[in-house]
Design a protein around this ligand. Sequence first.
Ligand code: SF4
Ligand code: SF4
Length: 308
Amino acid sequence: MPLPLITDDSLFPDAPTIAIKQLEAVWFQVGGTICNLRCHHCFISCTPENDKFKFMTLQMCRRFLDQAKELGAKEYYFTGGEPFANPDMIDILELTLSKYGPATVLTNATILTEEKLTRLGQMATANEHHLEIRVSLDGYTRDMNDPIRGPGTFDRAIAGIKALVQHGFQPILTITRTWNDCDEKVLKGFVALLAGIGYAQPRLKILPSIKLGAEVDRTSGYTETDRITHDMMQQKDPAQFLCHTSRLVTDQGVWVCPILLDSTHARMSDSLQGAMHDYPLRHSACYTCWQHGAICSNNTTSCTTANN
Ligand code: SF4
Ligand code: SF4
């Protein structure tokens, strides 16, 4: 008999807590839960119709950037939903890069217009702070990607990646592990694909699937064995957890991290200053962080083997 699935109403009561050491990175849910795609593994179930979290405006972002600066934050991440669906996105990036620090945008690269690409290229060269682009793609063929991300998404994302490379970017490709093959074979497939569109020595990042949102219907959710105990935390350096050094800001306040956006228990405060306190790792998704470390960071998978 399968183990009962864990929902937001059945959190582990005696979970260990994690302190925030120093606010180093701030994540912006700048695209809300609105996305032009409707991927079957999206752990916050973004779709064109899902406006549970709305776009963040330039004014909202400026308020949180000021708070972050006061707290000593060093870098900024912009996610969604699809950030480039937000009409303020280019202005938000220009503000961040010119006055606050380095920025990373997580995009599906399917709605990048020539005008946006040109402005992105200009701001990347005009500012001392670095602009990083991360593109999600889940297969090195149409047959591998499109069943997960939707018909036609492979061709559209490849066109977006090619255009980014032509505008001087070296995007990080993020790939959710949805295959049964060994990683090496998949990495080799991606390297060959990207070489064919002019992106030599690509930067690749493999992510574990997070069993929340739409992913629960595609595969399965977490069970009661997926939890962090006090003993398990003894074996881990807290620096391995994103919530030790960062917070997520949204149009509805501050959350502990981007993974738990759909959990009302993960809302911490109206302000970043109010969210600088310990957090209990009582959600089953925390177990994925315990297994895989800071999965949201920009660290990439080594491609040495895949290049051979
Ligand atoms: S996984 Fe990314 S691209 Fe896909 S629906 Fe979710 S936010 Fe959009
Ligand atoms: S899901 Fe991960 S980042 Fe979020 S609170 Fe749990 S351990 Fe921290």
